[in-house]
Design a protein around this ligand. Structure first.
Ligand code: RIB
Ligand code: CA
Length: 314
């Protein structure tokens, strides 16, 4: 029986690959809807980009919704310096045929969760948590219908990527993140500690490009662009493939090592806003509210991604 999920994203090349990976696996993941949020680029682009990926993947019947165009309590920050002005530089932009649903993403999330059985739906946010935090604040009853949150966000050993101490998704909307981590429902977090281990090296990108189908082509094109900033910044070869770690966890959790512990979000300090204080060594008595990923089999991750992308062939 496929696990019902809602993917909440801000494409973003890595969000796009996460969508492809999820769409490649309908026997395991039933995508109830793709909700989009302002993040890497403004909402009008993230929703367009998500719909483009549905076209490329041949899933024009996917339900795509636009959500919050800014964080819950703050002005938006964006990341064109990493993702390019389109948000998905590396593929040619086109007007997608996949329609944008009329309904607001937050209303879709609330309606879908309230209509589901208890603990039935897995929510997979790969961008700022503005849609999710807003939905929980507006209708807390939805939490009874959430099986778990599997998010891309946070950093412990790796330090921050958008500030010295904060990862972008959490920094972009720290109040929303605090709501999710304090929701009382299970949260698995794929932070920079693990996403920085899955680098899209030239060899891995070439392997994907050689698959020779439109989805693999688009993936290789996006990764060939997406790595530039991080490769220069970290001196590594290839960009961290952040967001697909969430879907890979759902498909093959054995690829990852995780530890249940406390994660608290800094929402007050200007210096460390958005910092995720991960109590990995249990030095406090704070509640264990996160399953924190800290290690991944990178080759196994790319084997999974490449194998699943072959499914778009023929
Ligand atoms: O910090 C990495 C995260 O921020 C990824 O989700 C990327 O897409 C951006 O949203
Ligand atoms: Ca993202």
């Amino acid at each position: 029986m496929a696990r019902p999920i809602i993917i909440d994203c801000d494409p973003g090349q890595d969000d796009a690959v996460a969508l492809f990976l999820a769409m490649s696996s309908p026997d395991e993941l039933e995508i109830l809807g793709i909700t989009t949020v302002a993040g890497n680029v403004p909402l009008e682009l993230t929703q367009r980009n998500a719909r483009m990926m549905c076209d490329i993947a041949g899933r024009k019947n996917a339900l795509v919704f636009a959500g919050c165009n800014k964080p819950m309590r703050r002005e938006a920050i964006t990341a064109e310096y990493i993702h390019g002005n389109t948000g998905i530089d590396g593929v040619d932009v086109f007007e997608p045929e996949t329609p944008l649903q009329e309904q607001h993403a937050v209303d879709f999330i609330i309606e879908t969760l309230l209509a589901a059985d208890a603990h039935a739906i897995t929510v997979v946010p790969t961008g700022p948590l503005s849609n999710i935090g807003t939905a929980i604040e507006r209708e807390p009853k939805i939490l009874e219908h959430v099986r778990e949150f599997v998010i891309m966000g946070g950093a412990m050993r790796e330090g921050g990527n958008r500030s010295p101490s904060a990862e972008f998704n959490i920094l972009a909307d720290p109040e929303a993140a605090e709501i999710v981590f304090n929701s009382g429902r299970p949260v698995t977090s794929m932070g920079l500690d693990v996403t920085h281990q899955v680098l899209s090296t030239r060899e891995r990108v070439a392997r994907i490009r050689a698959l020779g189908n439109p989805v693999a082509e688009a993936t290789a094109g996006m990764l060939s662009f997406f790595h530039r900033y991080d490769s220069k910044k970290y001196g590594s070869e290839g960009a961290p493939l952040h967001d697909p770690c969430t879907v890979a966890w759902l498909l093959k959790p054995g690829l990852f090592k995780t530890r249940v512990c406390n994660l608290s979000v800094e929402t007050q300090s200007e210096l460390t806003l958005g910092h995720t204080a991960v109590d990995f060594w249990h030095v406090t008595d704070r509640p264990h509210n996160v399953d924190w990923a800290y290690e991944v089999d990178a080759d196994g991750f790319y084997d999974l991604l490449s194998e699943r992308l072959t499914r778009f062939g023929g």
